[in-house]
Write a protein that binds this ligand. Structure first.
Ligand SMILES: [Zn+2]
Length: 304
């Protein structure tokens, strides 16, 4: 295999402070701020810092406004947040987010369980959000869940992923992040799914978002990189999961992506040790170990 198959550099979207922490035990606001401040100094350029969903649904994110207004912003870092509706977007704008994200699913049942409406209704709901975000000069990213499997409906058709991705791009999302929410995907299925999606989208319009429930996330990222995808969502220390998908474990760890990319000669711009240190600190807060072999190996190498 030659190196030419892979992109020369990739963008990492660090989702630990949001996707990660929203499915962990609650941590104090100050710990989140400290985590984001540390990650901001690691060379990562996009940090998803919060979520403006109802605190009734996601109590762990109720302090997103405080977090976003109290972090020390780094000029080279984009700080984004989830904004499911206009009300959430208004709060996000007051908190001066750089970018916003909306989310839906490829699976009708998951959409109903997760956001209480059909896929079509969810897309309709996003229209005013997208309009207001654009008026305020904020780029919009779309998240699509269950792109390989759904906990209620089983296997997802790649054709369906293509269709909903196209809808999100047509609505005005600059990029769609394709999420294997349940973490059951394997590289060959990732290949079929991405082949379909890349028939209607440019590689830069697509990001991959793998959960590591069945230990396949890194192999799936590798597959996506081989196909020219160069935006990867990951979570420091492998934090998180999905509160609505029973048993879903954390996101692929940012440390694993950085180590893989080092080995492949792919530029990430981020410093592995700094990211890992940020991870160890938040894991101490959570009273758990990082869900990342790279992080654990590094910790023992540095004799910490
Ligand atoms: Zn996720």
């Amino acid at each position: 295999m030659t190196k030419a198959l892979f992109p020369s550099s990739i963008n990492i979207v660090e989702v630990g402070p949001r996707d990660g922490l929203q499915n962990e035990a609650p941590v104090p606001t100050q710990a989140k701020i400290e985590l984001i401040n540390q990650l901001s100094l690691s060379g990562l350029t996009h940090i998803e810092a919060g979520s403006f969903v109802s605190p009734k649904w996601v109590p762990q994110m109720a302090d997103s406004q405080q977090v976003l207004t109290q972090i020390t912003r780094h000029v080279d870092v984009c700080y984004s947040a989830l904004t499911p509706n206009v009300q959430g977007l208004e709060l996000a704008l007051q908190s001066n987010v750089d970018q916003v994200a909306i989310f839906t699913s490829v699976s009708e049942s998951f959409c109903q369980h997760n956001i209480n409406c059909s896929i079509e209704d969810s897309l309709e709901r996003f229209s005013p959000v997208i309009k207001l975000a654009k008026q305020n000069g904020r780029p919009i990213r779309g998240y699509l869940s269950c792109v390989l499997d759904c906990p209620y409906e089983g296997e997802t058709s790649p054709q369906r992923v293509k269709e909903v991705t196209k809808r999100l791009l047509d609505l005005g999302c600059y990029q769609v992040s394709l999420g294997d929410t349940v973490g059951t995907g394997t590289p060959l299925r990732v290949e079929s799914m991405l082949k379909e999606v890349l028939s209607i989208a440019q590689p830069e319009q697509i990001a991959v978002h793998f959960h590591n429930t069945w230990g396949q996330a890194l192999a799936n990222v590798y597959q996506a990189l081989r196909m020219g995808i160069h935006t990867v969502d990951s979570s420091v220390a492998g934090l998180g999961g999905c509160p609505y998908a029973n048993g879903a474990s954390g996101n692929v760890a940012t440390e694993e992506i950085l180590y893989l990319c080092q080995g492949l000669g792919i530029e990430t711009g981020a410093d592995l040790e700094r990211v890992a240190r940020a991870g160890w600190q938040i894991c101490r807060q959570l009273n758990k170990s990082p869900t990342s072999n790279v992080s654990i190996a590094l910790q023992s190498q540095l004799k910490l």
